[in-house]
Design a binder for this molecule. Structure first.
Ligand SMILES: *Cc1c(COP(=O)(O)O)cnc(C)c1O
Length: 401
């Protein structure tokens, strides 16, 4: 049984704050602060450029990729870290389309849904324009996805957990259906990695991507990850052919040759300070059983839903009620959601707002328990019952919501 009292002690949690936004930016693991401080002096400071060899900076994207891989059911050697999630979406989709162009060149449709995070859709639009081969992006509702997977689809590009509602796709079933009609799959695990058990190998996913600053607590702007199935790893053509994805970067050849397996998905110089923070953050997962995380996260979400519905009748549930169909977050809907969230934050309950009307709360068992859920409900009920959100300072829109 995972010791959640112990994992909680690993995080810096400010006094007076109930942090229900670990789905957007995980809190600071104390070990990350110490690791980065030490590496700044001992490695960057004293080793200088020798750090690339002596401190093994150059192999960090793969070593840390393996650590992330263990949380998402990927065999060692199939995951590499780097860049941002948007860029990894682009690379995965481009590689999948490229394989399909050889296998079945008539197919021209990429399937996604309107619960996907906009950046994924934007990257697909940009890639379609750049390739100029007549691809189209077909966007259906999440409920329509399964029926829309047919022989016209080249690649499905889906995010397993909907960022706004928390709705969970059945990765295994949808992947099976995609393969049955001859399509490839790109899965975005942004709200899955560290939130729910994921079994990429078991689901037979082709490509997967995700970020490490949400449930993996790697810090603002922490590098993304990309998984390529061993079936495609030596066939995938990375659309962004940077020197560190080259077979021999230090041969300085004039022409690109892709490196071995997933290494080819590297692009340029990796962010070593950010990787050091992430490496330390991942220590928090040692001894953690994702099945325990899932059970506790469902219990916390259920408790929150029950209490909020009992005490705040003006809020309507924006997430699936059935915990097995939901990720690790809960949304409630209200036309004044923005002001309500600002009022909550002013009282120390930090969640976030997603337009047009969702207030969103992430439940992260590593450092959140029943006591925080109950305290957050008390404050939310006070704000709703007494209309404390109805003040001009809470309606002033900030740059980041
Ligand atoms: C958080 C998130 C992103 C963000 O992409 P970045 O490039 O890291 O800014 C993209 N896609 C999904 C599905 C997300 O949840």
């Amino acid at each position: 049984m995972t010791d959640f009292a112990q994992t909680r002690r690993l995080f810096h949690l400010p006094d007076g704050v109930i942090y229900l936004d670990g789905n957007s930016l995980g809190p600071l693991p104390k070990a990350a602060k110490d690791r980065v401080a030490a590496m700044m002096v001992d490695e960057w400071g004293d080793m200088l450029i020798r750090g690339w060899n002596e401190a093994n900076w150059m192999t960090m994207p793969r070593r840390i990729g393996d650590r992330v891989g263990r949380l998402i059911g990927a065999p060692d050697g199939c995951v590499v870290m780097g860049d941002t999630l948007s860029i990894k979406v682009y690379q995965a989709l481009a590689s999948a389309l490229d394989i399909m162009a050889e296998q079945d060149p008539k197919r021209r449709t990429i399937l996604s849904d309107n619960g996907n995070f906009p950046s994924d859709l934007y990257m697909a639009e940009g890639l379609i324009q750049t390739l100029d081969r007549g691809y189209q992006l077909k966007v259906v509702t999440p409920e329509e996805v399964e029926a829309a997977i047919d022989e016209t689809i080249a690649v499905t590009m889906l995010t397993e957990v909907d960022y706004r509602t928390g709705r969970l796709h059945d990765m295994k079933a949808l992947t099976r259906k995609a393969h049955a009609v001859g399509a490839l799959t790109v899965w975005d695990l942004a709200h899955s990695a560290g939130a729910i058990p994921v079994d990429l190998a078991g689901a037979d996913a082709d490509f997967a991507v995700g970020c490490s600053y949400k449930y993996l607590n790697g810090g603002p702007g922490a590098p993304a990850f990309i998984y390529v199935s061993p079936r495609w790893a030596d066939r995938a053509r990375p659309a962004l052919s940077g020197w560190l994805g080259h077979e021999r970067p230090f041969a300085f050849d004039l022409h690109y040759r892709p490196g071995d397996g997933v290494d080819r998905m590297r692009v340029g110089t990796p962010p070593i300070l950010a990787l050091a923070a992430l490496d330390a953050a991942l220590d928090a997962w040692e001894g953690v059983d994702m099945a325990d995380v899932r059970a506790r996260s469902m219990a916390l979400c259920d408790l929150f839903i029950t209490k909020v519905e009992a005490r705040c009748p003006e809020l309507s549930l924006g997430s699936p009620r059935d915990g097995s169909k939901r990720g690790s977050q809960v949304s409630f809907l209200h036309d004044e959601g923005y002001a309500i969230m600002q009022a909550l934050i002013a009282r120390g309950v930090i969640g976030d707002f997603r337009a047009p009307n969702a207030i969103r709360f992430g439940f992260t068992p590593l450092y959140i328990g029943e006591a925080e859920v109950m305290a957050a409900v008390d404050i939310l009920a006070d704000i709703m019952t007494n209309r404390l959100w109805d003040q001009p300072q809470f309606k002033q829109k900030a740059l980041v919501t």
